[in-house]
Design a protein around this ligand. Structure first.
Ligand code: ADP
Ligand code: MG
Length: 460
């Protein structure tokens, strides 16, 4: 399938070739015809699958011959980086058209954005907060909107913007086309879709191979005090061409950049406290290769489109296991293998356990000169207390097997109670509600497994 076969105008297919795209991605191939027919659409596809062009190309195509300079397409997206990226894409794909896109987002001066609005645009790309501000001041009229695109709907939800979206929608004509793009479809997003969309076509594309499979993941046990030295050692090894280093906090990001600069490693931080200009500048300089290390927090890094990275470092493990996948997905994009190296100190063992539980495997250990003698937490805490007395007796292989067994047990224990949220309960519940059941089963299973190795008993 080619872009021409998708019935896009010549101006658009030329711009797409100029962008270097040879053929549409699966989501583009499926979504573009549906959008051109005027249907509402729910498109579910992961990051990096080409969703922007999937809506931008047909939107440009639909608007190109109509009366210009009023907002006829509105794209809402959760972060300023994404807004700017979408804006850049519209400019790129619309280079041979006379349409004009305007982009507004928070954290930047209002003046230039107001000027851009006042000189008129056909396509408005906005983050929800700034859009509402400007609507409140009367700079924006949404009564002519024909196509409304809700980009990254699930992140919008995570970031608490759904209320804003509902407010904004009230100012658009009911008679419009609505397109919703999301990587996942949580219940709340389905409900929102029911509210905002009319007879939508739903498209899902198979997720590309998970970064959990394509990225070469490593784990370093290290004392917190040695993390800087270890990171610097890696960065100076010559193997790291281009890396993002994730920290948990903004403060931690700034502090780390100072330490890297002191070690003569050019680096910059991007996080939510930086002004838009600073973030953009840091990103540009990173993209252009002026420096090869970007220190980022999770929120600031979401959705940013940076070139392929040889390495992702988790200087600190994320609070949310899902963030681990987002983070390592920055390494080795588009089929190239990248490397992720995660630092874990004793205070982070619990987070590691949650991440490995999600991955359903252990991240291979990488020994370094700073290796700290830490041991992974077994999957369930009750089991951990019991196991500890025996780890000396059981051999090395025994421990891994027992951890496995504990996992299996706690999973079984969990499935006994239905309909409860899975996360909170993982450690606590086995201990509290089901402890009797759990202990009996565990003990039974273990004595079966280890009776020969541990000369029977031993688990009372
Ligand atoms: P998503 O919104 O799904 O995360 P993007 O729209 O940001 O994905 O696209 C991800 C990357 O893929 C961008 O760098 C974009 O330029 C590139 N891209 C999009 N469509 C194509 C295509 N048809 N061929 C090659 N590259 C593409
Ligand atoms: Mg996107």
């Amino acid at each position: 399938m080619t872009f021409k076969e998708l019935n896009l105008d010549r101006e658009i297919t030329s711009a797409v070739s100029k962008a270097g795209y040879e053929e549409p991605t699966p989501i583009q191939e499926k979504a573009i015809p549906v959008i051109l027919k005027g249907h509402d659409l729910i498109a579910c596809a992961q990051t990096g699958t080409g969703k922007t062009a999937a809506f931008a190309l047909p939107v440009l195509s639909m608007l190109k011959d109509k009366k210009p300079r009023r907002i006829r397409a509105l794209i809402i997206t959760p972060t300023r980086e994404l807004a700017i990226q979408i804006f850049d894409n519209f400019k790129k794909y619309g280079r041979y058209l006379k349409l004009r896109a305007v982009c507004i987002y928070g954290g930047a001066k209002q003046g230039p954005q107001i000027d851009a609005l006042l000189s008129g645009g056909d396509i408005l790309i906005a983050t929800p907060g700034r859009l509402l501000d400007f609507m409140g001041s009367g700079y924006i009229n949404l009564s002519q909107v024909e196509t409304f695109v809700l980009d990254e709907a699930d992140r919008m939800l995570d970031m608490g913007f759904i209320g804003d979206v509902r407010k904004i929608v009230k100012f658009m004509p009911q008679q419009r086309q609505t397109l919703m793009f999301s990587a996942t479809m949580p219940k709340e997003i389905e409900l929102l879709a029911q509210e905002l969309l009319t007879d939508p076509v739903t498209i899902k594309v198979a997720p590309p191979a998970s970064p959990a499979e394509t990225v070469d993941q490593k784990l370093c046990f290290v004392n917190r005090a040695d993390k800087n030295a270890l990171l610097i050692r890696f960065l100076q090894s010559g193997e790291v061409r281009r890396a993002i280093v994730f920290t948990r906090t903004k403060y931690g990001a700034d502090k780390l950049v100072r330490a890297l600069l002191k070690a003569q490693i050019p680096a910059a931080a991007i996080h939510g406290d930086k002004t838009q200009g600073q973030r953009q500048n840091a990103l540009e300089r990173f993209k252009s290769g002026q420096y090869n290390v970007l220190v980022a927090t999770d929120v600031a890094s979401r959705g940013i489109d940076v070139p392929k990275l040889s390495h992702v470092f988790n200087y600190e493990l994320p609070d949310e296991p899902e963030s681990y996948i987002h983070r390592i997905g920055r390494a080795g994009r588009a089929g190239e293998n990248g490397i992720s190296i995660s630092f874990c100190c004793s205070e982070e063992l619990e987070k590691l356990r949650d991440i490995e539980k999600m991955l359903k495997k252990e991240i291979p250990l990488l020994e370094t000169e700073y290796s700290a003698p830490l041991v992974r937490m077994p999957a369930a805490r009750t089991a951990s207390a019991k196991f500890s007395g025996h780890s000396a007796r059981g051999g090395h292989s025994g421990r891994a097997a027992r951890t496995d067994q504990a996992r299996r047990d706690s999973r079984t224990g969990r499935s006994d109670r239905t309909g409860r949220s899975s996360r909170a309960g993982y450690t606590g519940r086995a201990g509290r509600t089901a402890s009797g059941e759990h202990t009996r089963r565990t003990r039974h299973a273990k004595s079966r497994m280890y009776s020969s190795a541990t000369s029977g008993g031993g688990f009372t």
